[in-house]
Design a protein around this ligand. Structure first.
Ligand SMILES: Nc1ncnc2c1ncn2[C@@H]1O[C@H](COP(=O)(O)OP(=O)(O)OP(=O)(O)O)[C@@H](O)[C@H]1O
Length: 566
């Protein structure tokens, strides 16, 4: 603040000190007074240069601090959202990336921090212009007011032009998203494919196309602005002419001496400096969009906290009653009248073709989405009335696309029940998941990019993820969901899976999703989803006897397996 205030005084101090120097030189050559005046002029110039050395890092740091706070608030809001539907909506994602300036597009600064520090800079530039106008008013108040008004009008015109350019940039979020996605994918996400499939030209072309789509209207707007710029330039030339002509005329009339001429001309240019749109204008305009986006997110989702509801003890009976569910924006429901009961302690396998809705069923069970109609009950209580956080603490879910946390092996296991951290239990879970021979100790960071980090094979990662949910069950979770838990396992591990994992889970309801029918065969019940509802329900033997889809799939798999044998 003090630094900015000192900077705001520079144009006025410069005008006064240079005027004083000229007056001193005029009177008696290079005497002591002139030397002091020259020292003052040099001091002001030097101060103007040096102040940036301090001001720049202070401003950047202040901005980063504000941005850090904004990001933290947004993270808290996103984490608090009880389900995935809002999080996955395009509007939410667009606003979130604007609010935190996640770097979409090229050199975009949209942060709250830049808006605040830019605004502070603008205030002090205004103070500076008004101070210079005050000095100029000593000579001619009308000239001071006129120059101030014209300079502010020029600034307002330039600001409007900026806003139109920013609007053009904002208009194409789909293009920016594509550009960002392609750039990320080409460099990191698809690094192996880019090399092995020779995709660099394809990615390059897509990136250029996305960038051209986003920036073509921006460049058109910019060219339009440049074409219309002549009358802004005219205003500036007019103002500069008045700034010189009025004091010069006064000198000719004998009303001003040369030293005063220099003082007032410098003061006039100090006033006009406010017409210049510095980077602060860019920072404010872009940054304000980020603040607006954060405000919109807060207004729309700020209250979205899971409400404290009822809790159910023990291993519950779970019922899906005529549940219908479509993903936001989808035209067809994924679940369409699904009714099923999961009894306490039983192992229910869920099978069905790709896209039948098996994972969706699990997401609804976890309260990540709500049914469009019908209801899900836990011991007779609607899931909507349960304390969602408490309910989730009763679940241990291994998703098909489980997360590979860039953390230690220990954390990768305990994350499913973070309240427990007992190394014996971690080792036991790893052992049961068949991971006791991993090339990593509990403290090893499973983060290849990190210092001393390592990575695992696909199957090893699956075992770690399996250990994660087994650890959670040992910690008291009472509903275990395993979505394709054997997809990456080798034949021996898959054959041992039921014996080693499922049969050793007691007092827990287990939902097992798998395309490998040998994995689901021993389940207490198998349900087959088709058309968004339960089409078949029974034991392996009952479903084989039924002769429906399950029997057909099983026969095909069994025949394939037989045919593959030597
Ligand atoms: N987040 C989502 N947004 C929109 N649609 C989705 C989303 N997730 C899944 N879907 C759609 O819902 C349908 C069911 O998907 P789901 O993942 O539940 O199937 P699944 O039975 O688990 O399939 P698979 O056997 O291939 O794993 C699919 O048509 C899929 O395209």
């Amino acid at each position: 603040m003090l630094l900015q205030l000192a900077r705001a005084a520079i144009p006025t101090l410069r005008a006064l000190s240079v005027g004083w120097l000229v007056a001193s030189l005029g009177s008696a050559g290079l005497d002591q007074r002139a030397l002091v005046a020259a020292g003052l002029v040099a001091g002001v110039f030097l101060f103007d240069q040096l102040i940036w050395l301090v001001l720049t890092p202070v401003t950047v740091l202040a901005g980063k601090r504000i941005d850090g706070g904004q990001r933290a608030r947004l993270r808290a809001l996103a984490i608090r959202l009880p389900g995935l539907d809002r999080l996955e909506s395009q509007t939410f994602q667009d606003r979130a990336s604007r609010a935190v300036d996640s770097g979409m597009g090229i050199a975009r600064e949209r942060s709250a921090g830049t808006a605040v520090t830019g605004q502070a800079e603008l205030i002090f530039r205004m103070v500076s212009a008004f101070a210079a106008a005050g000095l100029l008013a000593v000579f001619e108040p009308a000239l001071a007011v006129g120059l101030l008004v014209v300079s502010l009008v020029i600034r307002a015109i330039l600001r409007r032009q900026w806003l139109r350019i920013i609007d053009r940039l904002d208009a194409d979020t789909a293009g920016q998203r594509m550009e960002f996605y392609v750039a990320e994918l080409a460099v990191i996400g698809a690094a192996k494919d880019v090399r092995l499939f020779g995709l660099s030209d394809w990615f390059g072309g897509r990136f250029r196309a996305a960038a051209a789509r986003t920036y073509a209207p921006v460049f058109r707007e910019l060219l339009g602005v440049l074409r219309r710029q002549w009358w802004t330039a005219g205003l500036l030339v007019g103002a500069a002419t008045a700034a010189l002509a009025f004091p010069a005329a006064a000198v000719l009339d004998g009303g001003l001496d040369p030293a005063q001429l220099i003082t007032f001309v410098l003061a006039a240019f100090g006033v006009m400096a406010i017409s210049n749109m510095g980077m602060e204008a860019y920072d404010i305009e872009y940054g304000l969009r980020g603040i607006e986006a954060a405000d919109e997110l807060n207004a729309e989702h700020g209250e979205a906290v899971p409400v404290a509801g009822r809790e159910v003890p023990g291993t519950p009976t779970i019922r899906f009653e005529n549940v219908v569910f479509s993903y936001p924006g989808a035209t067809r429901p994924v679940l369409d009248g699904l009714s099923v009961t999961l009894r306490p302690g039983e192992t229910v396998a869920v099978v069905g073709e790709n896209g039948a809705g098996k994972t969706t069923f699990v997401k609804l069970l976890g309260g990540l989405y709500r049914p469009d109609s019908g209801r899900i009950t836990v011991d007779g209580i609607d899931l909507a009335d349960l304390d969602l956080l408490a309910w989730r603490r009763r679940l241990a879910v291994l998703f098909q696309d489980f997360v590979r946390y860039p953390a230690s092996l220990r954390d990768n296991v305990t994350f499913a029940a973070p309240e427990q951290s007992n190394d014996d239990a971690v080792l036991d879970a790893l052992d049961r998941a068949g991971s006791s021979d991993l090339p990593a100790g509990l403290d090893t960071s499973l983060w290849r990019e990190g210092a001393d980090g390592t990575d695992l094979s696909g199957g090893q990662w699956q075992r770690v993820a399996l250990a994660r949910v087994l650890f959670a069950v040992a910690a008291g979770r009472r509903v275990l969901v395993l979505d394709e838990p054997t997809a990456h396992l080798d034949i021996r591990a898959e054959a041992e899976f039921h014996e080693r994992v499922v049969s050793r889970v007691h007092g827990t309801t287990t939902v097992l999703i798998s395309h490998r029918l040998s994995t689901v065969r021993p389940a207490d019940r198998i349900i087959l989803l088709r058309g968004g509802r339960v089409a078949e329900d029974g034991t392996h033997e009952e479903l084989l006897a039924l002769g429906g889809d399950y029997a057909r799939f099983f026969t095909v798999q069994a025949e394939t397996f037989q045919a593959d044998r030597p």
